[in-house]
Design a protein around this ligand. Structure first.
Ligand SMILES: *Cc1c(COP(=O)(O)O)cnc(C)c1O
Length: 367
């Protein structure tokens, strides 16, 4: 079976170094707020190109802490509207609705599957304050139109970079393009820990300080509490793993692009649409998302032929039970993507030979 993302193999790529780092963290006797976390925050700051990086417990917390901090600082108020892509992982939207902010769903461009900048303009109201830009599937979602709209309407640009570590936009890393960005180090992400982890990056010192304090029970000084905060921290063992894996993320992403090129060059089937890609460093292929009107049949066929695939995602946020208030909304582009998307095997450990095999099997598919 060719697995979608063989995490055991991915870890084994740097197994000895990871084991050594974990052992070092275990033997240090210091498990939270220590050298590994501090070293990772510094290295990640340099890597993304921001002034600050704050380690947190996971990607959803990174998003939540950004919005909560903006509320504490009076830069957002409950009832304010935040534009979010209609086709994203639910976490992006949960972080907005949790604080009484109003998520406004905007359809993607049907070709790139990223937030449609032209629709964005028509969605702005006097209550619109921010855009949460999700670099979905590892592809940069930022465009000159989106930048221009944010600038001319004074909207805060916040990035969900959970799927796009290392991705670039005009030479800058995603995660450094707006006011703040959330990162996830969930094991399956391009930069994955061996458990949960996350980070916020920002150039804004006031925001960074507030987020750090909110993640530490709302405290800046021991036993003095300014906010009703949370406990959200990156632990030393995960930070030690990330310190190893950060060294290889660019090479891993290049490997993913090489696999993507194999898919682009070899998949020839009239029932399959390949994803959009400029060919540059604006895509790190967290997901290689093909589309087919015969998606379910194609998935079944691939499983039978030894290829594991996943669907990102089967049900759009507005059709979920938790957002019952949106269930009657019609978002045809998003709905179609959710009905047709299929994610092919893709990981730092997948071999070019395996990708070629997958392509050949797809070419034999007849609905
Ligand atoms: C994974 C993911 C998250 C959440 O990250 P966790 O670390 O799992 O909490 C948020 N947004 C997007 C787009 C994701 O893919």
């Amino acid at each position: 079976m060719i697995l979608f993302n063989d995490l055991k193999k991915v870890t084994e790529l740097h197994g000895a170094e990871i084991n050594e780092a974990v052992t070092r963290a275990v033997n240090s006797g210091w498990y939270l707020h220590g050298h590994e976390t501090e070293a990772f925050e510094q290295a990640y700051t340099r890597y993304i190109g921001t002034e600050h990086a704050i380690g947190v417990a996971n990607g959803l917390d990174a998003l939540r802490l950004i919005f909560r901090a903006l509320i504490e600082l009076g830069r957002l108020r409950p009832g304010d509207e935040v534009i979010v892509p209609a086709n994203t992982y639910i976490a992006s939207i949960l972080a907005v609705s949790e604080f009484g902010l109003t998520p406004v769903l905007v359809e993607p461009d049907p070709v790139t599957m990223q937030l449609d900048g032209n629709l964005l303009k028509n969605t702005i109201t006097p209550r619109t304050r921010a855009v949460l830009l999700v670099h979905l599937y590892g592809q940069c979602a930022c465009t000159p139109v989106i930048e221009e709209v944010c600038q001319s309407h004074g909207l805060m640009l916040i990035e969900d970079n959970a799927q796009a570590h290392g991705c670039k936009y005009n030479g800058k890393r995603t995660g450094s393009l707006g006011l703040a960005a959330a990162h996830s180090f969930y094991p399956g992400k391009n930069l994955g820990a061996l458990g949960d982890g996350g980070a916020v990056t920002t150039d804004d010192s006031e925001l960074a300080e507030t987020i750090r304090s909110l993640g530490n029970y709302g405290s800046q000084r021991k036993y003095v509490f300014r906010y009703k905060g949370y406990n959200s921290r990156l632990d030393e063992i995960q930070a030690a793993v990330l310190n190893v894996k950060l060294k290889y993320i660019d090479a891993d992403n290049e490997h993913r692009r090489e696999l993507a090129r194999i898919y682009f060059d070899n998949i020839r089937n009239p029932h399959v649409t390949l994803p959009y890609w400029s060919g540059g460093d604006d895509h790190v292929f967290h997901i290689f998302a093909i589309r087919s009107p015969w998606r379910d049949k194609l998935q079944e066929y691939l499983t039978k032929n030894g290829v594991q695939t996943l669907i990102h995602y089967p049900i759009p946020p507005h059709r979920q039970e938790c957002y019952e208030e949106w269930n009657t909304m019609s978002l045809p582009v998003t709905e179609r993507i959710h009905a047709e998307e299929l994610s092919l095997p893709m990981s730092a450990a997948l071999t070019p030979q395996e990708a070629l095999t997958v392509a050949k099997i797809i070419n034999e598919f007849k609905p």
